[in-house]
Design a protein around this ligand. Structure first.
Ligand code: HPA
Length: 271
């Protein structure tokens, strides 16, 4: 894997001189943050040796290098999901590439269903912790000590410091946010009402099909992580109508403006 990553990086370095320390992964319907990136270049995942390709609508499959304010960034427009059939090592491959490219701070965003009944469609939730309900772990397999330790600590997987910056910026921008625990599950089927009841008892505030594998690997690799969920629908049993990917995308589009300005303001001040 190490050599594969070096090969991917060699290709990327042949396309850009940027040396970003900040990485961003854009969730479903939240891709327009990419429009805030200036002086950018785009690289299609499919052109990068060994890079997996996203197959989901609303997930473009582009790596974008550029600037937000004066801060250089590397953004992934389109992520790889476990439900697409990729093994966990492929799902999290871009995180390894980001880290070895020099990324130190990672912003993970996603669309999620609201379990906490104080939430509503369009709530922006800072992820304070997560529950891995994928039934597997992206670090299973032989450990390469060049990446990280066999038993990485997950005590403060989402950085308190990063969360405080996000809160301060939200306050200044007058953006409302909530805070909660993200429960990650494989999908692709949405949950049943009974599953949501169980997840609520387990301590989940939001449920989604991504982010957890990426966060585990990013923490393992020593990155500082901020996670933001956009609640695009209340979860099954709380919502009064069935879910559709279409309406998830529509709600994401509605809060995208707040989401974009928030992340932009956070990133501008990171360097
Ligand atoms: N469940 C799981 N993933 C999701 C949901 C949901 O209700 N909404 C957006 N992503």
């Amino acid at each position: 894997m190490y050599e594969k990553i070096l090969e991917s990086i060699k290709f990327i370095k042949s396309k850009t001189n940027y040396e970003p320390k900040v990485g961003i992964i854009l969730g479903s319907g939240l891709g327009s943050l990419a429009n805030e990136i200036t002086d950018y270049i785009e690289i299609d995942y499919k052109d990068i040796p060994n890079f997996p390709i996203s197959t989901v609508k609303g997930h473009d499959g582009k790596l974008i290098f550029g600037k937000i304010g004066d801060t250089e960034v590397m953004a992934m427009k389109g992520r790889i999901h476990f439900y697409e059939g990729y093994p966990m090592k492929e799902v999290t491959y871009p995180i390894y590439v980001m880290r070895m490219f020099g990324i130190e701070k990672l912003i993970l965003s996603n669309a999620a269903g609201g379990i906490n009944t104080s939430f509503q469609d369009g709530t922006l939730m800072i992820i304070k912790d997560h529950i891995n309900f994928f039934g597997t772990n992206p670090l299973i397999g032989k450990n390469d000590d060049r990446f990280g330790s066999r038993f990485p600590d997950m005590t403060e997987i989402y950085s308190k410091n990063f969360i405080n910056i996000a809160k301060e910026k939200a306050k200044n921008l007058n953006i409302k946010y909530s805070e909660g625990v993200y429960l990650g599950t494989t999908g692709p089927s949405y949950e049943t009402a009974s599953e949501i009841k169980a997840f609520s008892l387990m301590g989940g505030d939001a449920v989604g099909m991504s982010t957890v594998p990426e966060a585990i690997v990013a923490k393992y690799l020593g990155m500082e992580i901020l996670g933001i969920s956009c609640i695009t629908n209340m979860a099954t049993g709380i919502a009064t109508k069935p879910h559709s990917h279409q309406s998830v995308m529509e709600i994401a589009k509605k809060v995208e403006k707040d989401f974009c300005i928030w992340i932009k303001t956070i990133v501008e001040d990171l360097d």
